[in-house]
Design a protein around this ligand. Structure first.
Ligand code: AMP
Ligand code: MG
Length: 420
């Protein structure tokens, strides 16, 4: 058996970042910059008002109250037609350019109209009050975002604010997912004897989508040599990676081994990883296209956990990410988490809840057998139980956080304050 780190060490080098290409900024959300973004214009582009009020000369407001002559008005999107002279003010709206001569804005709430032409300013304002200066947010010429930045909605906003229509990013990996096994059927019809419904393909496609990659459904392929070979080649031709489930265990009579060995030119690696669930794992590249193939075990929990541990980091590398894994948090076991010594790292499907003072409490989310997918559905984390006897309630554990949004009970309101 090899460790999870060793297995990743075999996969990752074979999954280099995809060739960068220009992508329109909207669909680039979640993609990773392959080129630094340098501002070719300032944000804000011009001096403007931060509030609705009066543009004026700060010195004219002290001592307050001060009586100023209103000589015009300027709205957002328009240009001030007159300048502000001594003892004068111009009505101004948020975002409107500051008229020349003015050096501050008094908010409307601190003023009174005495007549159509005169405003009384009740407080003394300082130079620059309620004024936004050009380049205050982003100065022209600076590197705004570095290579390797994953684009969040905020990044997309800044790119749009700079007038960029496309950015150079690593494209989303296209990931083909196929299920193998004579026992698998699709759809809602009655189950024929000995058959089961294919859950892995749908769950794996969902994992691919949730990670912001493009999912390609390659269907169910029965355990026959020609069908498998054709499906794998077809998938490899249109995808950056093919992920399969089933047929990679030691005792398997499945055709997967025969076919993958053949298509990879004998370079397929049949790994035994010291982890539970997810011990068997196949990895290699097809000779025809060079496309990496990750063969996950068929047991539903094993398939999903193996995707998490191996396929997802490899795909994140292809997508240009530098952070490949999940965040590891420290937590406290709410109940005993016992295990036996077997040389493997155990991953407990668990629920992590943020409690008083931010302490994270974890407990199993259900049955821990590798065919029990329900506990995986309920889990928001995987507790790492290193080889040994496990931990007792109240002891410290480490966990991989899968879903931060679910760290608070659905009903809301925990000691830490609940949802907000
Ligand atoms: P295998 O890895 O092919 O030996 O399969 C291990 C177990 O996982 C068996 O019980 C299979 O029936 C089950 N299994 C394999 N593929 C799937 C799938 N796509 N959906 C649900 N269960 C599966
Ligand atoms: Mg099978």
């Amino acid at each position: 058996m090899i460790s999870v780190e060793e297995a990743r060490g075999l996969l990752l080098p074979a999954c280099p970042p995809l060739e960068p290409r220009p992508v329109p900024i909207d669909p680039a959300l979640g993609c990773v910059l392959a080129q630094a973004v340098v501002a070719t214009e300032p944000i804000p582009p011009f001096t403007n008002s931060a509030m609705d009020g009066y543009a004026l000369r700060a010195e004219d407001t002290s001592p307050a109250p001060a009586r100023l002559r209103v000589v015009g008005a300027v709205m957002a999107g328009h240009h001030p037609e007159v300048a502000v002279g001594a003892g004068e003010a111009i009505r101004i709206m948020t975002g409107a350019p500051l008229p020349s001569g003015a050096d501050a804005v008094c908010i409307v709430e601190r003023t009174r109209m005495e007549s159509d032409a005169t405003v009384v300013v009740d407080v003394a304002v300082g130079v620059g009050d309620n004024v936004r200066y050009p380049g205050e947010d982003v100065a022209c010429g600076v590197e705004v975002f570095a290579v390797g930045t994953p684009l969040s909605p905020g990044h997309v906003g800044v790119l749009a604010g700079l007038g960029l229509e496309t950015v150079l990013v690593h494209p989303r990996p296209r990931v083909g997912v196929l299920s193998t096994g004579d026992e698998l059927v699709e759809g809602s019809g009655p189950l024929p004897p000995g058959k089961i419904r294919d859950s892995n393909r749908h769950a794996l496609l969902a994992q691919v989508r949730q990670a912001n990659f493009d999912a390609v459904d390659l269907g169910i392929v029965p355990d026959d040599e020609q069908g498998l070979a054709e499906a794998l080649e077809r998938g490899a031709a249109r995808c950056d990676m093919v992920v399969t489930s089933g047929g990679v265990s030691v005792g398997d009579h499945d055709m997967m081994k025969v076919v993958l060995d053949k298509l990879s030119g004998g370079t397929m690696q049949w790994l035994q990883v010291a982890v539970k669930p997810g011990k068997p794992l196949a990895f290699g590249s097809l000779v025809s296209t060079g496309t990496p193939v990750v063969g996950l075990p068929g047991n539903p929990v094993s398939a999903l956990v193996s995707f998490e541990l191996f396929a997802r980091p490899a795909l994140r590398r292809m997508a240009g990410h530098r952070r490949l894994g999940r965040p590891v948090l420290a937590g406290v076991a709410e109940v005993d988490l016992r295990r036996r010594r077997d040389g493997k790292l155990h991953l407990v499907r668990a629920t992590a809840v943020a409690g008083v003072g931010g302490t994270v409490h974890v407990r199993p989310s259900g049955g821990q057998n590798s065919h029990m997918l329900r506990a995986m559905a309920e889990a928001n984390c995987l507790v790492l139980l290193p080889d040994g006897d496990g931990v007792a309630a109240g002891e410290h554990v480490e966990l991989l956080l899968l879903d931060a949004d679910r760290m608070v009970p659905e009903a809301g309101g925990n000691e830490a304050g609940g949802l907000w």
